[in-house]
Ligand binder design. Structure first.
Ligand SMILES: *[C@@H]1O[C@H](CO)[C@@H](O)[C@H](O)[C@H]1NC(C)=O
Ligand SMILES: *[C@@H]1O[C@H](CO)[C@@H](O)[C@H](O)[C@H]1NC(C)=O
Ligand SMILES: *[C@@H]1O[C@H](CO)[C@@H](O)[C@H](O)[C@H]1NC(C)=O
Ligand SMILES: *[C@@H]1O[C@H](CO)[C@@H](O)[C@H](O)[C@H]1NC(C)=O
Ligand SMILES: *[C@@H]1O[C@H](CO)[C@@H](O)[C@H](O)[C@H]1NC(C)=O
Length: 583
């Protein structure tokens, strides 16, 4: 059934942050902003309050472009990236086959923004964000706090299936207003073929270098919730600029392990360790022979937890990654300053630590976690004593040794990187598992008893899990959705470590580098709470080779597509996946 319908665009005011900061400024700055604010107050904080499109547009455009301020911002962004953004050079390289994004010379493009004539501050700030988005590195962000108060929402949720004529189409998954449209095919959007419109939109999404994964993110997918039910994911085509969802880990008793994210369900790492082990034990006690890991819609979380997860399934392994950072005048100054104040110089030799005379596994575990934390914790991300040289299997002793002599030509630019190192997360897990040796249950599942299922939207530390399991232990990978007859990545934006401009400033301040005259020209000045910028500080490498994981195309070995049933019922999808065990 084909049906033409109008899509209503609704702007929903995000309530947090707004009251104190936005409203006074808006009343001064423009009628449209004041109108929204008055309407919102009249609604008495109605959570379904929505503003008029015309008011929102006028409000956003009401703050004039200030060239002097723009120059300052561009300079700051450039200095931060030049000092620390580990992908700055490699971003200039054409993508590997399988990936699709534009090679970008960020510094050049940032300078070019200053040559444009902007009608408002909003358009300028948005251009910086759009430029960042070209890199398809979800860890690289520029968010202007003045303008992120609106969510853009439509009534329709869309999905994609292959129809009986073997053609890929777009259908309606859900309709908040008119349920009779559910499962209708959407042939056109704004008069253009829907596949084409969705593809075009999907390619503006910054979460994956793989077009198929971006397509999946643009559309609706199910996300398993903490009660074992499922929710519609915040499909990017439907809801844009949405707030992060609450997080937890969940288990299902069908032999399917759903890992919706890598966030602890409470802040206690030990509880989380026990919960993971309990989950696996439950499956084993039920006699489950095969495991399907459903990593759909998993945006990542804690590296510690990700590594521990891999360790549990593959004990006697060390699931760490090799990292490096860029060496610039600034990063070097930070390595020097942070290391000279390090508390780690006489790192504790863990082989001489003896456990307390306690019989409770819980207290033993708590002690081991505390001890591992104590040995590996660091107040600075630039303290080189906190890192270990994986080849020599010992800690670095001097900044010179850590920096080494590693110049790689990336994106045509010779760029210096530190010696490869293992970070404190891996060390923590390594120490922890050593201290608790003999106390972990070994499960009977082998690599061939496991399958990883993802729609490509498995990012950051989720991708660290899947990459390790797939590349190091040969666990089969299945990609679902994406474009027909096109391979699909099983993970996205592995990065290494994301860092916030705000944290960088605290570090620079604490180490008194703002006072250092030598560094005056290369130091970024703080954004004064008007902007949140994040960037990738460390990059991780593929197993046993020199390829940077972020830029390495890794398609899933097996492909599946959604149909009308499996798009709505994950268990249908799992049954299809289970057949792959037989192949
Ligand atoms: C990248 O995606 C995130 C999540 O959708 C979004 O909040 C952010 O603004 C995007 N960043 C850029 C530079 O587009
Ligand atoms: C998920 O769905 C359940 C009902 O199935 C609902 O109670 C819950 O609020 C939803 N969660 C989110 C984050 O939308
Ligand atoms: C200032 O920074 C430079 C470059 O890192 C460093 O060599 C110098 O020792 C620093 N000066 C002070 C006073 O810390
Ligand atoms: C650094 O490496 C380059 C080329 O690999 C070499 O020519 C140079 O001598 C090295 N410098 C030092 C200080 O080891
Ligand atoms: C932040 O404020 C300080 C002090 O007023 C000023 O020197 C600096 O230029 C400002 N930074 C930006 C990016 O506006």
């Amino acid at each position: 059934m084909a049906k033409i319908m109008k899509l209503f665009l609704i702007f929903v005011l995000v309530i947090s942050l707004v009251e104190s900061t936005l409203i006074p400024r808006q009343t001064e700055n423009g009628d449209a902003c004041a109108r929204i604010s008055v309407d919102y107050k009249k609604s008495k904080g109605d959570p379904s309050f929505s503003a008029k499109y015309s008011d929102v547009k006028e409000c956003l455009d009401s703050i004039p472009y200030n060239r002097e301020l723009a120059e300052k911002i561009i300079e700051n962004v450039k200095k931060t990236l030049q000092g620390f953004y580990v992908f700055l050079s490699q971003a200039k390289e054409e993508p590997q086959p399988g990936f699709s994004f534009k090679a970008v010379d960020l510094i050049k493009e940032l300078d070019a923004l200053l040559l444009k004539d902007y009608t408002s501050d909003y358009r300028f700030m948005t251009d910086i964000n759009n430029l960042f988005s070209e890199l398809k590195d979800a860890h690289l962000n520029f968010i202007s706090l003045c303008y992120n108060h609106f969510i853009f929402k439509q009534q329709l949720y869309l999905y994609s299936v292959i129809n009986k004529d073997d053609i890929q189409i777009i259908k309606i998954f859900d309709d908040e207003i008119d349920h009779s449209t559910v499962d209708c095919e959407v042939t056109h959007i704004d008069g253009r073929p829907s596949m084409e419109v969705i593809k075009e939109f999907a390619d503006t999404i910054n979460k994956s270098k793989d077009a198929g994964a971006r397509f999946n993110i643009a559309l609706t997918a199910l996300k398993i919730n903490e009660n074992g039910g499922h929710n519609i994911s915040s499909s990017k085509f439907t809801i844009r600029n949405s707030l992060p969802e609450k997080s937890s880990i969940d288990y299902s008793l069908t032999g399917v392990v759903v890992i919706p994210n890598v966030m602890p369900s409470d802040s206690d790492f030990v509880n989380q360790m026990f919960e993971l082990q309990k989950g696996f034990k439950l499956l084993e006690d039920k006699g489950v022979q095969k495991l399907i890991f459903d990593f759909n819609e998993n945006g990542g979380g804690y590296v510690d937890l990700a590594l521990f997860f891999v360790f549990l399934l593959f004990p006697n392994s060390s699931p760490s990654f090799h990292n490096d950072m860029v060496v610039s005048e600034l990063s070097r100054a930070l390595f020097d300053a942070a290391t000279s104040r390090s508390i780690h110089e006489n790192s504790i030799d863990t082989t001489v630590i003896t456990p307390p005379p306690s019989f409770s596994i819980e207290s033993l575990t708590r002690w081991a976690v505390d001890t591992a934390n104590e040995v590996t914790d660091s107040s600075s991300n630039f303290d080189i004593f906190a890192f270990k040289d994986p080849l020599a299997d010992r800690h670095f002793h001097t900044v010179e040794e850590f920096i080494g002599n590693n110049t790689f030509v990336r994106g045509g630019t010779p760029t210096r990187y530190t010696t490869k190192f293992v970070d404190r997360h891996s060390q923590k897990i390594n120490i922890l598992t050593k201290l608790l040796a003999g106390n972990f249950k070994e499960y009977k599942w082998m690599s061939e008893d496991m399958i990883i299922l993802t729609n490509g939207n498995c990012g950051s530390s989720c991708s660290l899990i899947t990459q390790r399991m797939a590349e190091m232990f040969n666990v089969k990978t299945v990609g679902v959705g994406g474009y027909k007859d096109t391979p699909l990545s099983y993970a996205s934006f592995p990065g290494g470590m994301v860092y916030l401009d705000h944290a960088l400033n605290i570090e620079l301040e604490g180490l008194e580098l703002f006072k250092n005259e030598t560094l005056k020209d290369s130091l970024p000045s703080p954004f004064n709470n008007t902007v949140i910028m994040s960037f990738t500080l460390r990059e991780v490498y593929d197993v046993n080779d020199d390829r940077v994981l972020e830029f390495t195309y890794k398609p899933a070995k097996y492909r599946l597509y959604y149909d009308e049933q499996s798009a709505r019922d994950p268990s249908k999808l799992w049954l299809k996946v289970a057949k792959i065990f037989e192949q």
